[in-house]
Design a protein around this ligand. Structure first.
Ligand code: ADP
Ligand code: MG
Length: 684
């Protein structure tokens, strides 16, 4: 395609219009989620190499260093299977050091002896000698774009190296003048923020490290301000809105508790009490219950619901999957029966037959007070929601601000809102991001539980592991086997569900082995799950469809293949599928390489507390990865939500904004970001 004159190009135009970006590169960019010129301008560097100043080799001290040196004596050594070391000697006029790269054998092909390079990396003690480890490297030249300055390094793609991205960004910066400011002018000047256009330029090609910090602060501000402002506005709105008052009935509460097959834990009692108090208010409750897997959140939710039913209101209970909705329906049926309330139960989901759906809708229409259980699609059902007093969302990882606003439009009031989850939000994030939400924690497991033991299994230990599987099966217990993939992938030696199906059917031919995954229809999933519950299946091979909520007391062994592919919160959820009774359970992380396992997994094996794991996950992955879905489009890839200084800055801005009586509607770009923030989902 011929490139247009740059004066006609808009930020929303495709990146293929940028000079030097051909068809192949466009594909690579698209894979990275970059389509428009604006996307590219907002694709920020992953890190920077500081070539703006470098040291003499003779002056080096341990730590991050930059040098300008010639490389010689380059060689590759295969130390053992899976470990290749590339070594070279770097020299400048002051001295020489050893440079080492681990598992980057390709380096040998593109390093030219005698050429001068800029190297940037960690100078540290390694195998008893000091060396420069895994440095990044650029040919030294006086070209401004590539060195003698702070150089951006981008997350690359297999066909798109960081330097190609850098070049494209450099070209795209011509259009940065078109980036529009979304923050009100008076806030920018009062808080001394860098204007957005400058920030976009400086974050890619900073003139100095001070400018870089100012640009990063500005970009973080832009990310956080709409989120916190959305929060503030929702909070104000909620406090202005009426809810249906649910009056506490002590007899009913006593009756419910006396019919339970177990005694509630103190924490369960405490949380239920908090909820009852909230629901007696005129304003809608907005409460998140965090409780580790197996802590008994369902019964807390149902006990809350029962009170709303007794007040002749409706309750809706949404589960993330059909599988779970079905399971909840059965559980709730059992809990309501002793109270004579089971007639009020209605099941609604996308996949039930038209006839059944009609039955459900009729039932809901005829009952003023009913308990509707289903997937998130239930809110769009043709039901009169005006008597909806309580909305419960289980493990859906979303606060549903958007859904609530929709309900409010339909009914004129807001229901009390209860979100229950086993994936806790790290405390620091909670305080900064969700101050409109009240938090309850179930920090105690029912005391008949034994701690699930977690084991890391190297390929050489697989046989011993299979022997353990056999032992469990002989005891009549059931097994979960999980893989991240349904089909095998060329690029990954993780064993897929299909392959596992083959392996386990062969190895354990006396037992019934079945698989379950998201590509199967929900009826088929239901059939398999029922069989597993009825113990007709002993080994269930699954993807993460079984990740949350599934409650099978007799399952005592969880094997997770490709554990590196999962976040800690996800692994913890998976591990939580076992150890749900008084039987000792085990979780096995099936490693596919004989290398020493990542620290992350080793720590996971020793920590059973979901709250601690969430903090650790934050440390390892950063809020960007955890809050990947927080914002529309590209991930939330900066650390600002953890940065108290920026949070304070944003809070100051919000105070100013509110005290001026300013309105979001005056700022279309900001308004759009706020609407997005109100659709927030959190934690993946
Ligand atoms: P989660 O919090 O992971 O959603 P569930 O609500 O599914 O956990 O509860 C897990 C299991 O523990 C269920 O079988 C439930 O009946 C049982 N349970 C809940 N509370 C208690 C308790 N106080 N004592 C013993 N068992 C309980
Ligand atoms: Mg649950």
């Amino acid at each position: 395609m011929t490139k247009l004159l740059s004066s006609n190009i808009k930020l929303t135009d495709p990146i293929s219009l940028i000079k030097g970006v051909g068809e192949k590169q466009t594909e690579g960019f698209n894979d990275l989620g970059i389509y428009s010129i604006k996307d590219l301008l907002f694709y920020f560097p992953r890190r920077y190499d500081d070539y703006s100043s470098y040291s003499n080799i003779s002056d080096l001290k341990p730590g991050q260093v930059s040098i300008r040196a010639k490389l010689s004596s380059i060689r590759n050594r295969k130390v053992r299977r899976g470990l290749n070391i590339t070594e070279a000697i770097a020299s400048d006029s002051s001295g020489s050091i050893i440079v080492v790269w681990f598992n980057q054998a390709y380096r040998i092909n593109n390093i030219k002896p005698g050429t001068e390079y800029l190297l940037c990396g960690n100078y540290s003690l390694n195998r008893n000698r000091f060396s420069l480890v895994n440095p990044s490297i650029e040919i030294a030249s006086d070209d401004q774009l590539n060195n003698t300055r702070i150089v951006p390094v981008y997350s690359a793609h297999k066909t798109l190296a960081s330097w190609k991205i850098r070049k494209a960004v450099q070209e795209a910066l011509v259009f940065s003048d078109q980036v529009e400011e979304e923050i009100p002018e008076y806030l920018i000047s009062a808080l001394h923020l860098m204007p957005i256009r400058d920030a976009v330029r400086q974050i890619h090609f900073p003139d100095s490290s001070l400018n870089l910090i100012a640009a990063q602060t500005r970009i973080s501000f832009s990310n956080l301000f709409p989120l916190l402002l959305a929060n503030e506005l929702s909070s104000i709105e909620r406090k202005r809105t009426k809810a249906l008052k649910v009056i506490f009935n002590v007899e009913l509460a006593k009756k419910f508790v006396s019919e339970l097959p177990f005694k509630l834990t103190d924490e369960q009692r405490k949380v239920i009490w908090q909820i009852y108090k909230d629901m007696e208010q005129n304003n809608p409750m907005n409460r998140l219950v965090e409780g580790d897997v197996g802590s008994g959140k369902t019964v807390v939710a149902v006990m809350s619901a029962v009170m709303a039913l007794a007040n002749h209101y409706k309750v809706a209970f949404m589960a993330p999957t059909e599988l779970l909705a079905r399971q909840h329906f059965d559980t709730i049926f059992k809990l309501l029966s002793p109270l004579g309330m089971e007639d009020k139960l209605v099941y609604l989901s996308g996949s039930i037959t038209a006839l059944k759906k009609k039955e459900s809708l009729n039932k809901a229409a005829n009952l003023r007070s009913c308990f509707i259980v289903g997937t998130h699609s239930l809110l769009s059902a043709d039901i009169d929601w005006s008597d909806l007093a309580l909305l419960i969302i289980d493990e859906q990882h979303r606060f549903g601000v958007a859904q609530r606003l929709e309900l409010q439009k339909k009914t004129g009031h807001l229901p009390h809102f209860l979100s229950i989850t086993a994936t806790p939000i790290p405390r620091s994030l909670f305080l900064s991001l969700f101050n409109d939400l009240d938090l309850s924690q179930l920090k105690q497991l029912p005391n008949n539980r034994l701690t699930t033991e977690t084991n890391l299994v190297l390929p050489s230990d697989y046989d011993r592991f299979y022997a353990n599987v056999n032992k469990e099966l002989e005891k009549g217990n059931q097994i979960f086997v999980v893989s991240p993939y349904i089909h095998s992938r060329e690029s990954d030696d993780t064993i897929s569900v299909e392959k596992l199906m083959h392996i386990y059917s062969k190895k354990f031919s006396n037992y019934n082995v079945e698989m379950i995954h998201g590509k199967m229809g929900s009826t088929d999933q239901d059939v398999i799950m029922k069989k597993f519950v009825n113990k007709e299946i002993q080994i269930l091979i699954a993807t993460t469809v079984i990740e949350v909520g599934v409650d099978i007391a007799n399952a005592t062994l969880m094997a997770i293949y490709g554990p590196e592919h999962f976040g800690l919160a996800q692994l913890h959820q998976l591990r939580g599928r076992v150890g749900r009774s008084n039987l000792q359970s085990n979780c096995y992380l099936m490693l596919s390489e004989s290398l020493s396992p990542p620290d992350r997994l080793r720590q996971f094996a020793n920590i059973n507390d979901g709250f601690k794991l969430s903090e650790l996950d934050l440390e390892y992955r950063g809020p960007g990865a955890i809050y990947g879905k927080l914002q529309h489009g590209k991930g939330f890839n900066d650390l600002s939500i953890n940065d108290q200084q920026i949070i304070n800055l944003v809070k100051k801005a919000i105070n100013l904004f509110m005290s001026q009586g300013d309105e979001v509607i005056k700022y279309p770009l900001l308004n759009e970001k706020i609407s997005q923030a109100q659709q927030i989902t959190y934690l993946n």
